[in-house]
Design a protein around this ligand. Structure first.
Ligand SMILES: [Fe+2]
Length: 301
């Protein structure tokens, strides 16, 4: 038997500067605070779910967990059995663990690239509708998941096989190209209509390269870009558009050093007709490191 996860339900980060993260997550990204834990942990929302992002204190400044939603206990049990049959260690989370994630039940495992991962069922919903003071149109989330994550893999083929066979994700496409002299090969995979919930190349320094949140209106990308500039957030890639998911977005650094992507306009996938392809460029336009747009030293514009 096989079963598929439904969506990337939540992301957990371990961060060294919670104060900076609170200002960044609410003031730049436009997430809202769901709750504060006794140890300073912040839970954040971007839709009707009780929480989508958990930011907890610690030295790692990296991804601490990805949570994948299963339709029900039966689906979770099938995936767990398949993982165990494949030699993957799966441990049952305690009721306290589930309460911390605001889900009824969860299990834990580690993906081949070393990403701490969880399967869960029955996420709690917030009592209040989502309302961001800065992202007025709100976010594309709900059944499409919290957003996406681009993570480290030990080897791309190994992770692609794992997510296909174990979690039931489908290949969306590849981007294979050279960027500023560096070869890039990224596999993008989807769990639902969102073009990708997870993507990976090969090994990276941190577990996560970036996570993405998607606003419901194009102007939100420009507004978020302005907020990032005003907040002194380091812009890594200017506003641009990707050819595969067609996301209009920019990239900048979180207070933990890994990046976020703030986007709009991602295309949706219909599995009945989708054919995976390969692209030879990372962007149709834009997404430039800002310093690359400056004239060489000593040269006038
Ligand atoms: Fe992305």
């Amino acid at each position: 038997m096989s079963a598929s996860v439904q969506q990337l339900g939540y992301l957990v980060f371990e961060v060294s500067n919670l104060e900076a993260w609170e200002g960044f997550a609410t003031g730049v990204l436009g997430l809202t605070i769901a709750r504060r834990g006794g140890d300073g942990t912040l839970a954040l929302r971007n839709d009707s779910w009780a929480q989508r992002f958990v930011v907890r204190p610690g030295p790692a400044d990296d991804l601490a967990a990805l949570g994948w939603q299963c339709a029900d206990d039966a689906a979770l049990d099938v995936i767990t059995a398949n993982l165990r049959a494949g030699g993957v260690d799966v441990t049952e989370g305690s009721p306290a663990d589930a309460a911390d994630r605001r889900v009824r039940r969860l299990v834990r495992f580690t993906d081949p690239g070393g990403i701490p991962s969880e399967l869960f069922v029955d996420p709690a919903r917030a009592e209040q509708p989502f309302a961001s003071a800065v992202v007025r149109s709100g976010f594309v989330a709900e059944d499409a998941g919290a957003g996406h994550a681009v993570v480290s893999a030990r080897a791309q083929a190994e992770s692609q096989d794992f997510y296909t066979r174990m979690l039931g994700l489908r290949l969306s496409d590849h981007i294979r190209c050279t960027i500023h002299g560096y070869p890039v090969d990224i596999a993008f995979m989807h769990a639902n209509k969102r073009h990708h919930s997870i993507a990976f190349g090969n090994q990276q320094k941190k577990r996560i390269h970036h996570f993405m949140v998607e606003a419901r209106a194009m102007d939100e990308v420009g507004l978020a870009f302005d907020r990032a500039l005003r907040a002194g957030v380091k812009i890594m890639q200017t506003i641009g558009r990707h050819p595969n998911d067609q996301m209009l977005s920019f990239y900048a650094k979180t207070p933990s050093g890994f990046q976020f992507e703030f986007g709009w306009g991602g295309r949706e996938i219909d599995d009945a007709t989708w054919q995976p392809t390969s692209y030879d460029r990372i962007s149709d336009w834009g997404h430039h490191p800002p310093q690359f747009l400056l004239p060489p030293p000593g040269e006038k514009r």
